[in-house]
Design a protein around this ligand. Structure first.
Ligand SMILES: C[S@@+](CC[C@H](N)C(=O)[O-])C[C@H]1O[C@@H](n2cnc3c(N)ncnc32)[C@H](O)[C@@H]1O
Length: 135
């Protein structure tokens, strides 16, 4: 399941690979500021990429990931890390790991990478947090 699926391209790609998938997004009426529980749950895998920084209720997103997973299921999370170029709506890696643990997950892997945002009005580096956690 993809929380904040955007154009649903990841969901479509996973379907082509043979997974049974669901994506939700504000664009199709699911507001992840509130807890979401899917009729298709529990899932083996939940991901949420570049959505957390839009939300005021950040814990709710992580709870929705947890509540829709099987015990032993995997949560994959990715977002930009807060920097002097972003706002308080972004989390640091430490804050994100703490939140994920608070909700009940066990962190399996956590790392950062960087990419250069080459949009003409941007032209700067961002750090990306990537965390894999197990319910
Ligand atoms: C930057 S896009 C990322 C899309 C996709 N996950 C990806 O990695 O390509 C952020 C997505 O979060 C969704 N979003 C923002 N606020 C939301 C909310 N309150 N509830 C559900 N989805 C939200 C937007 O509609 C958008 O599709």
């Amino acid at each position: 399941m993809d929380l904040g699926a955007g154009d649903f391209s990841d969901v479509e790609m996973m379907k082509k690979l043979g997974w049974q998938c669901e994506g939700v997004d504000l664009s199709i009426g699911t507001n992840l500021e509130e807890n979401y529980f899917s009729p298709g749950a529990p899932f083996d895998f939940v991901c949420s990429n570049h959505v957390l920084h839009f939300l005021k209720n950040k814990k709710t997103l992580v709870e929705s990931a947890y509540n829709n997973l099987k015990v032993g299921g995997i949560f994959f999370f990715q977002d930009l890390e807060r920097s002097d170029l972003t706002t308080d709506m972004y989390f640091s890696e430490r804050e994100m790991k703490q939140l994920i643990k608070e909700v009940g997950f066990k962190i399996i892997e956590s790392h950062k990478s960087s990419f250069f945002d080459d949009k003409p009005d941007h032209m700067h580096w961002h750090d990306i947090i990537e965390i894999v956690a197990e319910r």
